[in-house]
Structures are given as structure tokens and as C-alpha cells.
Design a protein around this ligand. Structure first.
Ligand code: BES
Ligand code: MN
Ligand code: ZN
Length: 508
């Protein structure tokens, strides 16, 4: 399903649509009058809108919904009131979630042409509300159904359209259109990240992920190179190779690059590194059946980097950005790496494998080292579904953040807050590093279950040198089956908006 969003200012009286959605706010009490500027629409609906609102039945709480059917033979089939809650203090999150409900509404069977009317009113200034509602609508309307027979037979997925119409003329309409377009582009990149995350592991494996990255790079004008096993061997990337060696599907390291010009590089170089375990069985330290169930999502960090790099290219942000996808499949087999193996990473540091299920940090170690040595970034972010501990700590509600630079961590928290993705700091202490030291090698790959987010982070720190760096653990926030107005379930695409916003802020 795709959705196109179009924005118009003024002209609600003549609106052509089968379904018209109207946000209704309350002011401490149940609204008793129709929002301003809707009387022409009310007349076309035979006065049923004012009848409904004057009855006082509709309380306009956030999430409340009231469909009102038009007179027979009229050209509007239905108007749907959607409650926005109290008009005081409508913040970005509420507008985005409201957008999500509008997206769901547009997605219902038989909705035809859908228009959302934005009446003047508390918290609904179009300059602020329209881009957020558009973004929310795309996220809320998202479904992953391409493997259902119906969707597969119907080769051309129906394109739903949503028109957003403001009651009043808008000052600076061109600016608002551009702003809305940007919000839509970024949200679409997030949906691509969701798609990649939701694809089953027999469809997305390291090679096919690399193929998708190549295709995307060609579309938007990113540089893209893909390392195969031979090239990784040449570079001594023993960690990602060890993780991938048990699988029939060989690992890949994908390098995407935006703005590789002298002028852009003067603005600085940023690196984004994503964990791309296309399926995590645990390897010989095999996961339980239940624990394995969601592990097609174990490449959600790579999907976030994929989506963010695409958005960065589309917005043509004026800075040099490198995106790495560290892709491997973690499988048990007679070829698989073993607990007790000692491997050598690209950095030259050795790692004792104590648990083959702690594979994410291994592929990330080689990717971080490559980013540091090849591109010498001014700042580097890694994003990974790294530990069950992060999921236990935060559930899907926050991303764990830690690193070696409080300034960059603060920047990421600010970027997250600006786009509605929460980053919560976790400690990275010398004691966590100590827990990762091996008796027989430079490192071991697991410090045990306690303090799991921080010990994993401490391990990664061993591979970033003195590059300012932040690690984001999205094991909780990257996938969820708790439905929200913005997400029905599966991969969330978390990180795309935040990373794009962080790069944008850095490029100013
Ligand atoms: N991919 C998992 C982490 C994960 C768990 C992500 C649940 C999403 C939901 C990771 O590779 C893993 O298995 N981590 C282990 C590390 C342990 C062996 C040190 C974990 O967290 O249990
Ligand atoms: Mn694992
Ligand atoms: Zn994993």
C-alpha cells in the first residue's frame, strides 16, 4: 500500500471527496459548535454535522471517532469527526498520532477519495500541524501485506490519496508545501526501513540486502560499494567473517556514501553504522524457539541506516555522510564458529567467543574499525538490535544510548526529541570494560547477562579509538507488537527520523 499526500489551502466548501475527516478539539468541556469555516460543508451534509456536534454526544477525546453519513445522492459519502483531546497543549506527539488515526481512516476499505480538513483552532496552526499530520498519516497507514495472496494477485497495489485542506488561506504556502514534502520523504524512508525489517529472512539475507542498497543508491545518487568475503578477508575482518561462516548465505559489508566532495567534507564527515544480522538463530549457542521468533528483525539497525542514508540523499544535506551495513546471517552448522574460538578482528585485537549469540557486537566491531580507519569521521553513531537487556529495560518505548562523548549523546537525544523518538542514556563505566576482558584474548564477546546494555557498549568502545561515538541499542524500540496509532506491529523503522535529523542539525 502506498499513500500520496497532497496539500491545499482554502476551498473547503467545494471539497471533492468521498470521505472527509475533521479534527475536533475540546476546551475542558464537550464542544457544542462546529469549528469555524465549515458551514458550507455542513450545508452540503444537510446540516448533519452541526446536528451531531450540538447533540453533545461527541466528547472529542483523543482517539474518539464519529462517522456521519451524508444525505442520499449527495457527493460526500461520510464525514468522520476524530477527537484530538484538549485544545490546550496539543504537542507534536499528539499531532503525529492524530495523523496516524487519519492514515488508518484513509486505509479503511471503501474510503474512496479522502480529505482531511484542518480548521483553525488551538494547536492546529497549519504551519506546524500539517507536516506532522502528514508524517503520522503515512506511518499509521502502513501495513506489511505483500505476502498475502490477495495482495500478491493484485499486482498493482492501490494507491490511496489523502488531501489535506486548510480552512483558511495559509501565509507562506510554498514554504509549508516544501516542509510537508520533506516530512513525507523522511516518513517514506522510514517505511522502507520497516519493509526491510519485516521481510522474511529467506527474502532478505546479506546479499539481497546489499542488492537493495545498491538499487536505492542508484535511485538517489549515493555512492555504494559492497565487500564480499574475499575483500573482507583481505582486510582481516575476522569478526564479521566468523559470524557469517556458519551460513550458506555469505556476509556482506555495504558502504554507502553521500556528499563525497571537497566542499561537503569541509563541513565534516559523519558515519552511521547499522547491525545487519538478517537472521539470528544464536548460532551454536542456539536460541530457544520463542527467542528466535522475532530475529528476522535483527537487521533493523542496518535498515535504519539504509533509510536515513536515503533521506539524507533526497534532502541533499550539505555534509559528507558514510553509512555502513554490517550484514551476516548467524546460523549453526558444521561450518559455524564455536564457543571457545579465538578470532582476530580487523583492528588486530583478538576476541574469545564465549557465546555465539553475542554476534552483533562482532560484526559491528569490524564495521566501526573500518569506518574509523577509512573515513576518519568527526562523529560516528552505531545503531543495533544488540541486547535483550535493552528490550527488558525499555520495552519498545525508548532507545538506549551510550558512548564516549556526552556532547554527541546530547545531540542525539535532542534529535530524537525533535522527531518523537526517545533516547535514554545508560552508563559506560570502566567496570563494564573490565567485564569484557578475557583470560586468553584481548576481549571476550559476552560479559554475561547482567549489565548487558553497558557491557555490550563497552566492547564496541574498544573499536572506535578516540572518534566521538554514540551507540544506540534498539533491541526494544526496533520492533514491537504493541499497536499504537503510528505502528501496527513488526519493525518500527526507529532511527530513520532521528539519524536524519541529527545529520541535518550537524550540517547547519
Ligand atoms: N539480536 C539479539 C538481541 C535481541 C534480543 C534483539 C531480543 C531483540 C530482541 C542479540 O544478538 C543477542 O542475542 N544478544 C544476547 C547477548 C548475550 C548472549 C550476551 C542477549 O541479549 O541475550
Ligand atoms: Mn544474538
Ligand atoms: Zn543478534
Amino acid at each position: 500500500m502506498t499513500m500520496r499526500i497532497q496539500m491545499d489551502a482554502g476551498g473547503v466548501g467545494e471539497i471533492k471527496a468521498d470521505t472527509v475527516v475533521i479534527p475536533i478539539t475540546r476546551r475542558g468541556e464537550t464542544p457544542k459548535t462546529l469549528p469555524q469555516g465549515l458551514s458550507a460543508l455542513d450545508r452540503r451534509m444537510g446540516g448533519r454535522l452541526s446536528d451531531a456536534i450540538e447533540s453533545g454526544d461527541f466528547k472529542a477525546g483523543a482517539g474518539d471517532r464519529l462517522p456521519i453519513y451524508g444525505p442520499k445522492g449527495g457527493d460526500i459519502v461520510r464525514v468522520v469527526f476524530l477527537g484530538l483531546g484538549d485544545g490546550e497543549g496539543i504537542d507534536d506527539a499528539r499531532l503525529r498520532e492524530f495523523g496516524g488515526r487519519v492514515g488508518r481512516e484513509a486505509n479503511r476499505e471503501g474510503r474512496g477519495r479522502v480529505a482531511l480538513v484542518v480548521p483553525p483552532g488551538a494547536g492546529l496552526a497549519p504551519e506546524k500541524a500539517v507536516p506532522l499530520i502528514a508524517e503520522g498519516a503515512l506511518l499509521g497507514a502502513y501495513t506489511f501485506d505483500r505476502y498475502k495472496s490477495g495482495a500478491r494477485k493484485n499486482k498493482r497495489a492501490p494507491v490511496k490519496r489523502l488531501r489535506i485542506v486548510t480552512v483558511r488561506k495559509v501565509k507562506g504556502l510554498a514554504g509549508l508545501r516544501a516542509e510537508t514534502k520533506r516530512a513525507v520523504q523522511i516518513a517514506e524512508c522510514q517505511l522502507e526501513a520497516r519493509d526491510l525489517s519485516n521481510e522474511p529472512p529467506n527474502s532478505i539475507y546479506p546479499e539481497s540486502l546489499a542488492r537493495e542498497a545498491r538499487k536505492m543508491a542508484r535511485q538517489v545518487g549515493l555512492k555504494c560499494s559492497v565487500m564480499n568475503v574475499t575483500e573482507m578477508e583481505k582486510r582481516g575482518m575476522g569478526a564479521i567473517l566468523a559470524v557469517g561462516q556458519g551460513s550458506e548465505r555469505p556476509p556482506r559489508m555495504v558502504v554507502l556514501e553521500h556528499g563525497a566532495t571537497a566542499a561537503r567534507k569541509r563541513k565534516g564527515t559523519l558515519a552511521l553504522i547499522g547491525k545487519g544480522i538478517t537472521f539470528d538463530s544464536g548460532g551454536l549457542s542456539l536460541k530457544s524457539a520463542g527467542g528466535m521468533l522475532e530475529m528476522k528483525h535483527d537487521m533493523s539497525g542496518a535498515a535504519a541506516v539504509f533509510g536515513a542514508m536515503k533521506a539524507i540523499a533526497l534532502l541533499d544535506l550539505p555534509i559528507h555522510v558514510v553509512g555502513l551495513l554490517a550484514a551476516a546471517e548467524n546460523m549453526p552448522s558444521h561450518m559455524a564458529y564455536r564457543p571457545s574460538d579465538i578470532i582476530e578482528s580487523a583492528s588486530g585485537q583478538t576476541i574469545e567467543i564465549v557465546n555465539t549469540d553475542a554476534e552483533g557486537r562482532l560484526v559491528m566491531a569490524d564495521a566501526l574499525d573500518h569506518a574509523v580507519k577509512t573515513f576518519k569521521p568527526d562523529a560516528m553513531i552505531d545503531i543495533a538490535t544488540l541486547t535483550g537487556a535493552a528490550m527488558m529495560a525499555f520495552g519498545p518505548h525508548a532507545t538506549a544510548g551510550l558512548g564516549n562523548d556526552d556532547g554527541v549523546l546530547t545531540e542525539l537525544q535532542a534529535a530524537g526529541d525533535a522527531v518523537g523518538e526517545t533516547v535514554w542514556p545508560m552508563p559506560l563505566l570502566d567496570a563494564h570494560t573490565k567485564a569484557m576482558r578475557s583470560k586468553v584474548a584481548d576481549w571476550k564477546n559476552s560479559g554475561g547477562p547482567s549489565g548487558g546494555v553497558s557491557t555490550a557498549g563497552a566492547f564496541l568502545q574498544g573499536f572506535v579509538g578516540d572518534t566521538p561515538w554514540v551507540h544506540l541499542d534498539i533491541a526494544g524500540s526496533g520492533m514491537s507488537n504493541i499497536g499504537t496509532p503510528l505502528h501496527i506491529g513488526g519493525g518500527t523503522g526507529v532511527g530513520v527520523r532521528m539519524l536524519t535529523e541529527w545529520v541535518r542539525a550537524r550540517s547547519e
